[in-house]
Design a protein around this ligand. Structure first.
Ligand SMILES: [Zn+2]
Length: 198
């Protein structure tokens, strides 16, 4: 949600929205926490108390580490639409709006499908799609829609590979159908009605 960490050099002018500066012993760089919208929260904890921190404790498993069986079982236990479940950080940690839309398109699953009623093969396809999308996006340095930059100030390039996100009205790269946008659970969702049948 637009907050970010950026490396800087001590003594350089500080951005207007930098709320925290971290300095490290023996390092000639400092890490700035910039948060225009002030959604961020910072807690200081000793390392061995980290797991007890409520924000950490409530996070779901890592999407790149969860085994297929666990993913399917967790999905089946969830009420609600699959798009909203993917965005729920207690289900999986770290899947945001862009990557949920891209993964659902790759898996051929409609965003409003009931999470608990997906067949095992479709649940497996979704898990694979989430992992593939995240791996490719990480390799591309992320998606620079609006103002995203990484901690070195570099723009990502995964936005050039989006198949649905931000492509409303454009042709589906797989079937040529028209990409649609709908608001699901308060968030913009982009999908292909032909590849992702309800
Ligand atoms: Zn399509």
């Amino acid at each position: 949600m637009s907050g970010r960490f950026l490396w800087s050099r001590p003594g350089r002018p500080r951005g207007r929205h930098v709320h925290l500066v971290l300095r490290f012993r023996g390092l000639d760089r400092e890490l700035h926490f910039e948060d225009v919208r002030k959604f961020g929260l910072v807690r200081c904890r000793p390392l061995d108390g980290l797991a007890a921190c409520p924000e950490i404790r409530s996070l779901g498993p890592e999407p790149l580490e969860i085994p297929a069986g666990d993913f399917a079982v967790r999905l089946e236990a969830r009420r609600g639409r699959v798009k909203s479940v993917l965005l729920d950080q207690s289900f999986l940690a770290g899947v945001g709006n862009i990557y949920a839309d891209e993964a659902l398109h790759r898996a051929g699953i409609h965003p409003t499908a009931a999470a608990s009623r997906l067949s095992r093969p479709r649940a497996d396809r979704l898990r694979t799609a989430v992992r593939d999308v995240l791996r490719e996006a990480i390799a591309a340095g992320g998606s620079s829609v609006r103002d995203y930059r990484d901690a070195d100030g570099e723009l990502g390039s995964f936005q050039d590979k989006h198949r649905v996100y931000g492509r409303e009205g454009e042709p589906c790269l797989r079937c040529g159908g028209t990409i649609r946008r709908a608001v699901i659970g308060g968030r913009s969702s982009h999908y292909c009605p032909r590849c992702q049948k309800r």
